[in-house]
Design a protein around this ligand. Structure first.
Ligand SMILES: Nc1nc2c(ncn2[C@@H]2O[C@H](COP(=O)(O)OP(=O)(O)OP(=O)(O)O)[C@@H](O)[C@H]2O)c(=O)[nH]1
Ligand SMILES: [Mg+2]
Length: 845
């Protein structure tokens, strides 16, 4: 093994990349509609012995990328195959590097040719390799012979690592041809039972393609439509604009949202007429929420039992075409990351299903070209999560799940659909469903039925599923008035079936005078599992309230104690599209208690929505209802700045007048009464920078890199993007990048893209470095004219998907601004943290 080959390898690791083609296909729909049967047919398998799915089944396959001859190969992704595949990818990157180096004079590549006979010779400075295969069935294989000679260099510890690595790859089976010709397909077959919806959530993500399946025969059933609608809305929670600008424009489609959905109607065999089937399925797709509809790409009508292969071939091709139209198809993947994949795969091989971020860091340090930057490791994990290789959430970094099926199995130990509960008829399910309480005896019986592997790891499984918010060991008040964490049993909120929301205050005997106004988090779409996650989160901080021996935990509703005395409690209750919070104080009312609880609850909702699940389209508004409201009343909300403390207001629910008491005053006192016109100008311009200009720059970068390079779209930062653009060494601004401070100093050469990028940078700086957070009318008008002209040019150059940039600008100019978050925004401006401001600022068109 010569040093230059090691150098090439290290270079490939540092700067090289491969094209990834990953399809993450998730199949959802009501119970028994035919999801598993559909998976079988897609894989060309028999339908016999299809059983109802318990939880989630993950099938991983590789399939050939060839539109005319596209087959879903039955290569199971066993660990051995995975290892081989990783080695192939590494070796291929070296060969690619060699090809690239061909043009460089210092590299003296002697030969790259096809030959059957390859050998290894360390002394003469050549790598040769006989590439063999142990996979079957195999198409034509490329037998590569590559030899090269370089001067000797001193061996460093790094090159020693690289040498060992290369030797180990060379000693394994590789097939360069195959890697180029395959896409990785992961199919997730989800159970239809509602009990699992809480656990399904862990496996969904914004990069998948969804098949939403409905039984055409069931179409008039309201539960059937409800489930279809539920899945479309749930998918929309992950919605983002499909930014593959060119592809979308070419097909004449606008404003499509990812993740894409293909709607499938099964049981076509029960109808004579295909047109009738189509109308039935369209009666669903026509009714769904207009934004959820933007995910829908096509519909397919099939019979799993009767249709011949053609129908499934058509569907396979459609899935493939859909995958190709997603933003991340063929994206560049750093070769270094393949190394990391190899490192985590070896952890799996030695039986570790879970590793911590700390362990990942250690692994990152040990690979031939170490990854030590946390951000880079996070990017790696995010990508791996998106393609379904690992499960990783930023808020639980100690639990990186290397085998998603293991986690799915762990979930189904505890979250069990009715049908699977029936297999253990002798157990006390009723009490479990009523109280959510899992006592040690029931737990023991359940684990007796699990596989040996699961039984051995019982404690570990419980620890993991607690981290994933499925179970909670509650805090309880002891008789002596202390707060203690319970360890002998736990609760499973998502399994509860007893609904008590209506009479919860009667149960706790709460006098009206003790109740606060009811704070409502009103969602446009409220993911149903959110309340269980939220209850678990709050039970980590507050003791569960108990009254007359009955605990305050019910389906979609929970009562917590605040402090040790029990004199103050709060309730969280879900009803239709809102989560409600009410504080009960039997003693003197202290509004600081309300504010403290609100802070925790709001923080946890934001964590679940934004950090845990990264739900891009889920947002809420905080409103309120009167003290004596019924939790099921879901209209007639009042705005926080509508009434002042002590003022009277009309209550729609009780058709009478009440006096307003300000329990949540933190809500109001923070905000200035009104924004001045200069402040409004400033806020508008900041929003234009964040919402429009950063998008322009992103699109331009995307077009000019021509690589679809991985960019963190969530954290668009103009400085970072300018740096990247600068590195492309094209379209330099007329006066260089750094010298200009004001937009007025930029050359008047309006054709130059570089000058416009410069304009974006300095306008953003002007906003960020403002010390007064105000912009006078003249300056605002000057900037608006500059931005307007520039956006007209970029509309021509970038041809953006969806709305034109100028239209987006006009929207912000006309928006009505609310004042509440202004102080908070100023703080963030001062801190230099400009991202996300737009989302914090509540705006109305
Ligand atoms: N006639 C007819 N029967 C079908 C069709 N698709 C599925 N079935 C039958 O419906 C039953 C349920 O099918 P599955 O594939 O298990 O349904 P599933 O959606 O995976 O069910 P869960 O995993 O329990 O949610 C089986 O008996 C299938 O044979 C179809 O297109 N036509
Ligand atoms: Mg199934």
């Amino acid at each position: 093994m010569d040093h230059e080959s090691i150098a090439i390898y290290l270079n490939a690791l540092e700067s090289g990349s491969e094209r990834r083609r990953d399809i993450n296909l998730i199949i959802v729909g009501k119970k028994s509609v035919g999801k598993t049967s559909l998976v079988r047919r897609l894989f060309g398998e028999e339908l016999q012995s299809v059983k109802s799915t318990n939880g989630i089944e993950i099938h991983r396959r590789r399939c050939r990328i060839n539109l005319s001859n596209w087959e879903w190969n039955k290569v199971l992704d066993t660990r051995l195959v995975k290892e081989t595949s990783i080695n192939n990818r590494i070796l291929q990157s070296i060969v690619k590097e060699l090809h690239q180096d061909k043009e460089k004079p210092k590299h003296d590549i002697l030969e790259i040719s096809s030959s059957d006979q390859i050998s290894t010779d360390d002394n003469k400075g050549t790598i040769t390799k006989n590439i063999e295969h142990d996979e079957e069935p195999q198409p034509k294989r490329a037998k590569m012979n590559y030899q090269f000679a370089y001067p000797e260099i001193t061996e460093s510890p790094l090159s020693k690592l690289a040498k060992d690595e290369l030797l180990s790859i060379i000693g394994s089976a590789v097939d360069l041809q195959d890697e180029d010709g395959y896409a990785n397909l992961t199919v997730w077959d989800f159970a239809g039972d509602i009990e699992y919806y809480n656990t399904h959530q862990t496996f969904l993500n914004s990069e998948a393609i969804f098949l939403v399946v409905a039984n055409l025969h069931d179409i008039d059933d309201t539960v059937s439509y409800g489930t279809f609608n539920f899945w479309m809305d749930t998918i929309h929670c992950y919605g983002s604009i499909n930014n593959k600008t060119e592809a979308v424009l070419l097909e004449g489609a606008h404003n499509l949202l990812d993740p894409p959905v293909i709607a499938i109607g099964t049981h076509k065999d029960k109808f004579q007429d295909e047109e009738q089937c189509r109308k039935r399925l369209e009666s669903y797709t026509d009714k769904i929420f207009k934004d959820s509809k933007l995910h829908l790409r096509s519909i397919h009508l099939i019979s799993n039992t009767e249709d011949v292969e053609d129908a499934f071939e058509k569907l396979r091709n459609d899935i493939f075409a859909t995958a190709k139209s997603t933003a991340n198809w063929n994206r560049e993947y750093p070769v270094k990351f393949i190394q990391m994949e190899k490192a985590i795969n070896s952890e799996l091989t030695i039986g570790k299903q879970i590793i911590s971020f700390e362990r990942l860091k250690e692994l990152g340090e040990k690979i031939p070209l170490p990854i030590t930057d946390n951000k880079e490791l996070h990017l790696f994990l995010r990508y791996q999560h998106e393609i379904g290789n690992v499960i990783f959430f930023e808020d639980i970094p100690s639990y990186i799940i290397l085998d998603p099926q293991w986690l799915a199995n762990a979930f189904t130990c505890i979250v069990t659909a009715q049908q699977f509960q029936l297999e253990l008829p002798h157990l006390q399910w009723d009490n479990f469903k009523k109280t959510g309480k899992m006592d040690p005896k029931l737990l023991e019986e359940i684990f007796k039925k699990q596989s040996a592997d699961m039984r051995i790891h019982k404690e570990h499984i419980l620890e993991v599923i607690e981290k994933f918010d499925i179970i909670i060991y509650p805090l309880l008040l002891t008789e002596s008035g202390n707060v203690q964490r319970e360890h002998s049993f736990f609760y499973v909120p998502c399994m509860l079936q007893t609904l008590k929301i209506k009479d919860i205050d009667v149960l706790f005997n709460v006098p009206n005078a003790s109740k606060s106004t009811c704070l409502c988090f009103v969602f446009s779409f409220l993911p149903p599992y959110l309340i269980s996650n939220l209850i678990v989160s709050c039970l980590r901080e507050y003791p569960l309230a108990v009254v007359k021996g009955e605990i305050g935990l019910f389906k979609d509703c929970c009562v917590f104690n605040i402090g040790r005395t029990g004199c103050a409690k709060f309730v969280l209750a879900k009803s239709s599209h809102m989560i409600q919070l009410q504080v009960w104080q039997w003693d003197e009312v202290d509004t600081e208690v309300n504010q403290a609880v609100l802070k925790v609850v709001e923080r946890e909702i934001n964590r679940i929505v934004n950090t845990r699940y990264k739900l891009k389209t889920v947002s809420f508004e905080k409103k309120w209802k009167c003290e004596t409201t019924s939790f099921s009343f879901d209209t007639g909300f009042l705005e926080f700045d509508q009434v002042n403390d002590g003022e009277k207001y009309y209550c729609e629910e009780h058709a009478t007048v009440h006096k307003y008491k300000d329990y949540w005053s933190g809500e109001k006192s923070k905000a200035p009464v009104r924004l001045s016109s200069e402040e409004q100008n400033y806020v508008r311009m900041s929003m234009i920078v964040l919402e429009v200009l950063s998008g322009v720059l992103y699109d331009r970068l995307y077009i000019d890199t021509k690589t679809g390079e991985i960019l963190d779209r969530d954290k668009l930062d103009i400085t970072e993007m300018c740096k990247k653009y600068c590195a492309l060494k094209i379209n330099f601004p007329s006066k260089g990048f750094r010298k200009i401070e004001k937009v007025d100093e930029i050359s008047t050469n309006e054709d130059a893209i570089g000058d416009d990028i410069q304009r974006i940078r300095v306008i953003r700086n002007e906003m960020q470095h403002s010390s007064v957070f105000a912009l006078d009318d003249t300056r605002y008008q000057t900037l608006i004219t500059t931005v307007h002209d520039m956006l007209t040019r970029f509309d021509q150059r970038n041809n953006p998907a969806g709305e034109s940039y100028v239209k987006r600008l006009d929207k912000i100019r006309k928006m009505e601004l609310k004042t509440r978050s202004f102080e908070e925004i100023k703080e963030r401006m001062k801190a230099g943290n400009l991202s996300d401001i737009f989302f914090m600022f509540e705006v109305q068109e």
